[in-house]
Design a protein around this ligand. Structure first.
Ligand SMILES: [Ca+2]
Length: 203
């Protein structure tokens, strides 16, 4: 499958697989990504551009497993890329928070991001109607680095492709875990201690 840069995303190439109910049970409440943590397998994720995608229990941000990808060289961009994608149904005109965590295994230090491409059809099959990506985060092999952003779904959006991307000038091996998509007020699941959007009083 050819490389799919975010700005030239071709959603028709996506094959959105249904995640298992077992994987669903591992994700925190409110997370719209069915197989968020790769606890059982990598079902529901498309290998958009990698040499390999495997579940590993060698390291995890949450649970016992994470996804490990081996970057593939792209002659088009003259970079090594790792890019995997999952498809999520969404509501139109809604602000969605998206995030994931990356950790380097070996090789060059890549810049990584979590991106979103909204599509005016279910299962990410149809026309591109918008896209947005977070700023790249430089990751390392010492700790899990969080990449996040907020994206507004257009009026005709029915689904979104959530795209985990890393890139570097040399080859690398990277892990990703705890992918998250939800209406923006639930962005970090309270992990950041930012409670500014919440009130303890009744309306
Ligand atoms: Ca996990």
């Amino acid at each position: 499958m050819p490389e799919i840069p975010l700005h030239r995303f071709r959603p028709a190439l996506l094959a959105c697989l249904a995640a298992t109910s077992t994987a669903l049970a591992q994700c925190e409440a409110g997370n719209l990504i069915s197989n968020c943590g790769f606890e059982v397998d990598t079902a529901g994720w498309t290998t958009t551009w990698v040499d390999s995608l495997v579940r590993t229990t060698s390291a995890a941000h949450g649970g016992i497993a994470s996804a490990e990808t081996d970057a593939r060289f792209s002659a088009t961009s003259n970079l090594f890329l790792s890019q995997i994608t999952t498809c999520v149904p969404v509501n139109p005109e809604t602000n969605y928070g998206v995030q994931t965590f990356f950790k380097l295994v070996s090789g060059a230090i890549p810049s990584c991001s979590v991106g979103t491409v909204f599509i005016d059809a279910l299962k990410c099959a149809g026309f591109l109607v918008g896209n947005q990506s977070t700023l790249p985060a430089a990751i390392d092999d010492q700790s899990w680095t969080r990449a996040s952003g907020i994206a507004a779904s257009p009026a005709d959006a029915l689904s979104v492709a959530v795209i985990l991307t890393c890139q570097a000038s040399l080859d690398f091996l990277v892990r990703q875990d705890d992918a998250f998509l939800a209406p923006a007020i639930f962005l970090d699941g309270f992990e950041s201690s930012d409670l500014s959007e919440w009130s303890s009083s009744s309306p």
